[in-house]
Ligand binder design. Structure first.
Ligand code: ZN
Length: 406
């Protein structure tokens, strides 16, 4: 048995600090969490001294794209200028960066050519080192929607980029295709952005289309995440059975109330927008309209977040790593949540327990308690005093996945 003696323990169940507790690990799972003085150590036990650190559960990034590293890489163009093998190797390296940053679980919400599915399978088979993964395969999108923009001439057809479907049967078919290829999550593009700043969002999928995808998801026992900025598309999507709303800088009071009632998670992806803002108009290659839209997102998103907070919506950490946000810098999102009025403890809960629930993995991960997988992070310093310490590599002293140090 491994016995980890912690200094400060944040188990993500009790929303306060626990001092001088020990975590007993047998195989890949936690056997017990006990006050250190109550633990009987036998000679064959391996005692690990973490009394100088804060121990937290492995974190969860609910929104990534593994095939791109983030920054100014071109999300769309990369899919046609890089071979599938290139993207697969890159995906492996990116996911490993997330793991080393203390994110023992990630969800990939769209990657081309099923590189995310292949990566998850390789990680689960022990072929490569990486985090636990939920994978959506290709994002499902209507013709001309957010993930099916006219970025290439009609004569150029690239297979494997987006699951395009129109009408309930077309979308149902696109969902079935993802499930057939091994997706264990579905991603839909419910409502994209609009440069008309009086209404900066535009519904793309109808209620019937989203309901068809959600029904397939229920039958397959997987969750549906939706790219959605605001407006009726979100209301229709919540009614249709979506499980998480991604981005959404324009949630209304009515919508946050519905989300809280129905247990729909909110993944605000604050990091990616902050990163875009930091790069600026020229470097992001934004048009005048596109840039004004980003500025509006960055102004308005805090209201949306506050509404969600007040309504009691479960907020999760999702960075959109791969698109502007970097893999390995995932903990930036916790600082953003604190900037938006959340306490550091709430941000840690968002990054652990809420993320696990959002991914329907809370039977196994998200908290430090008996029966769960021993996914743990040793942190130098106390993230409750300064949550930004989680972003620095030197403070992520050790990461355990399933009881094994990575
Ligand atoms: Zn995304």
């Amino acid at each position: 048995m491994k016995i980890i003696r912690s200094g400060i323990l944040i188990d993500s169940i009790h929303e306060y600090v626990m001092e001088n507790y020990s975590i007993l690990i047998e195989g890949s799972r936690i056997k017990a969490v006990l006050p250190t003085e109550a633990v009987q150590v036998s000679p064959e036990d391996e005692v690990i001294d973490a009394t100088a650190y804060t121990v937290i559960p492995g974190m969860v990034d609910c929104h990534t794209h593994v095939h791109v590293e983030g920054g100014l890489s071109d999300y769309e163009l990369d899919k046609i200028t890089h071979s599938q093998a290139d993207l697969a190797f890159r995906a492996s390296a990116n996911a490993r960066k997330d793991l080393e940053a203390g994110f023992t679980t990630i969800r990939c919400l769209d990657a081309p050519f099923y590189v995310d599915v292949a990566l998850r399978n390789a990680i689960n088979a022990g072929l490569v080192i990486g985090p636990r993964m939920r994978t959506a395969g290709q994002g499902i999108c209507v013709t001309g929607g957010h993930m099916d923009k006219a970025s290439v001439v009609p004569e150029v057809m690239v297979w494997g980029r987006t699951g395009v479907g129109d009408g309930p049967w077309g979308c149902r078919r696109a969902a079935r295709e993802q499930l057939k290829r091994g997706a264990d999550t579905l991603k839909v593009n419910a409502a994209g952005g609009s440069h008309d700043l009086s209404e900066p969002y535009r519904q793309e999928m109808s209620y019937e289309e989203m309901a068809a995808v959600c029904e397939e998801a229920r039958w397959a026992k997987v969750r549906v995440a939706a790219h959605a900025h605001g407006g009726q598309g979100i209301t229709d999507g919540i009614r249709a059975g979506l499980n998480s709303i991604e981005h959404a800088p324009w949630l209304s009071d009515e919508q946050t109330k519905m989300m809280a009632e129905k247990g729909v998670f909110y993944v605000p992806t604050l990091t990616t927008h902050t990163q875009g803002l930091a790069y600026g108009k020229e470097r992001t290659g934004s048009s005048e309209g596109g840039w004004n839209w980003i500025l509006k997102v960055c102004d308005d998103r805090w209201v949306s977040l506050e509404r969600a907070h007040k309504a009691g919506v479960k907020v999760c950490v999702g960075t959109d790593a791969g698109f502007w946000a970097y893999h390995g810098k995932n903990a930036m999102e916790l600082e953003e949540l604190v900037n938006g009025g959340y306490s550091p403890m709430e941000a840690i809960i968002a990054a652990t327990r809420n993320g696990a629930e959002c991914l329907d993995m809370d039977k196994d991960i998200g908290t430090i308690e008996a029966g769960k997988l021993a996914d743990l992070v040793f942190v130098k310093g106390n993230p409750l005093t300064d949550v930004s310490i989680l972003q620095r590599k030197e403070n992520i002293v050790r990461v355990y996945k399933g009881g094994e140090e990575i």
